[in-house]
Design a binder for this molecule. Sequence first.
Ligand SMILES: Cc1cc2nc3c(=O)[nH]c(=O)nc-3n(C[C@H](O)[C@H](O)[C@H](O)COP(=O)(O)OP(=O)(O)OC[C@H]3O[C@@H](n4cnc5c(N)ncnc54)[C@H](O)[C@@H]3O)c2cc1C
Length: 475
Amino acid sequence: MPTDEQTIIIGAGLSGLACGYELARQGSSFTIYEAHENIGGLSKTMWFNTSEGRFGFDFGGHRFLTRDKAIEQFFFDVVGHENVETRQRSSRILLKGKYFDYPVKPFSALLRMPIWLTIKAGFTYWYAFFRYFFARRKTVDNFEDWVRYRFGSTLYNLFFRDYTRKTWGIDPKNISSTWAAERIKAANIFSLIKNSLLRPDPESKIAMTLYKQFFYPSKGIQVLSDNMAEFISSHNQEILTSAKLTEIKVKNGKINRVSFENGDIIENFGTLVSSIPIPSLIAAMGDVVPENVQEAAKNLKYRDLILIGFMLDKPEALEDSWIYFPEDRHLFVRISEPTKYGLKMCPSGKTSIAAEITCTKGDDKWEMVDEELIEKVRDQLIELGFFSTEKVIDSFVERTTHAYPLFDVDFEKNLSTILSFLSSFQNLELIGRTGAFQYINMDVVLLHGLNCAKKLVGITDKSVTTLGHEDKWVG
Ligand SMILES: Cc1cc2nc3c(=O)[nH]c(=O)nc-3n(C[C@H](O)[C@H](O)[C@H](O)COP(=O)(O)OP(=O)(O)OC[C@H]3O[C@@H](n4cnc5c(N)ncnc54)[C@H](O)[C@@H]3O)c2cc1C
């Protein structure tokens, strides 16, 4: 039975593990409970043994990027300098049957776009620019208006409308303008177009997600989680898997009892650190949650993901690290080649392709049987010319929920209702991408975990979950 000082961490994704890592380093005691049978959460790597050798797939290729030198150092320390590869990205987007470099390169884009379209895009951009400049009311409340207002309808229709609808599964009019403001400032095709065709930004302003170079653990992103877990175990602290949080009891403004699917019931602990989806946390609290908060949690949405992998008997399949597919005629939104991330992800002379399908649990895509998914995606990839049927050694389908927080027009209202309720518990901390409902990458997620631990041992009083909104951290 834990003492008063013990911390309970829910979720063994990167944020939960980083929190445990730092607590272990500080000599604190804690236990991590993970619902899944494996650790790593969204940053996991799956390995498949075939007659031709072992193939590894991240759940969507995970490149490590950061502007923060301390977090970069942390990544290198944990993974080990000798295990990190520095790779160059190369990525494209397929639009109307043509591949465009992504980020768009000025001259190649100009040459590939019909001239009338380039002129129209330029005209509608400047029209929108002046209209925005002279507008009295500069706030708009949805994604579509935000983008059209600033970049014009041609660029919007061409590069963002379909991709946004396909990725998020809802009309861009129902996506929050706050999210547009954050992401577009961060990285988007408009700033690319603007940079390349209209008014270039200085290098220093280029969004992190457009960096040419990235770091990658040569045996897959899972190494980051595995090495943190090893450090935690070496400090005699436990990570329990297949241990889903099922119930939370509260008393006098504190969380005082938590129950898990594996039968564990813990009472009298210090702080509960949650990195699990907010609606799951709220559901575990049961009737103590007021009705309006329960309603807000039900309406806080995440987007789910299906990954389909093909192991191939050929040395290379793509010219690029990854390619985006905004049009509906392709089932997937992105494909990537794992060997373009880590050289050891496939046996020598072989390669693989991972296709990502965004969806919502229960929709047509999610419910499609594995064989049908594999057949449809395989046929589309063959049609695109990446491989032929006889080159396929093996394939798999893997689904996950809560891959992306979904920023619909009501998310701020719902999130603030939930957070004001949860902030009334003195011993609860929310961290991570799903746990804090932030569109953040591995570097920020790690920082959430590390800073949360520092806060618990009294090294810092920084508010952990506001980090993701600072400019420096926007992906
Ligand atoms: C397709 C894709 C590609 C990405 N690519 C990149 C990239 O290139 N670079 C980058 O930096 N980032 C990338 N990311 C983001 C990165 O994966 C996340 O930021 C990071 O993995 C989130 O870690 P986390 O700990 O916050 O959340 P999670 O990984 O979601 O961890 C939460 C954990 O809680 C567990 N859990 C859930 N419910 C319960 C429960 N009731 N009880 C106990 N445990 C529970 C889950 O199983 C999970 O292990 C990508 C994400 C996706 C989806």
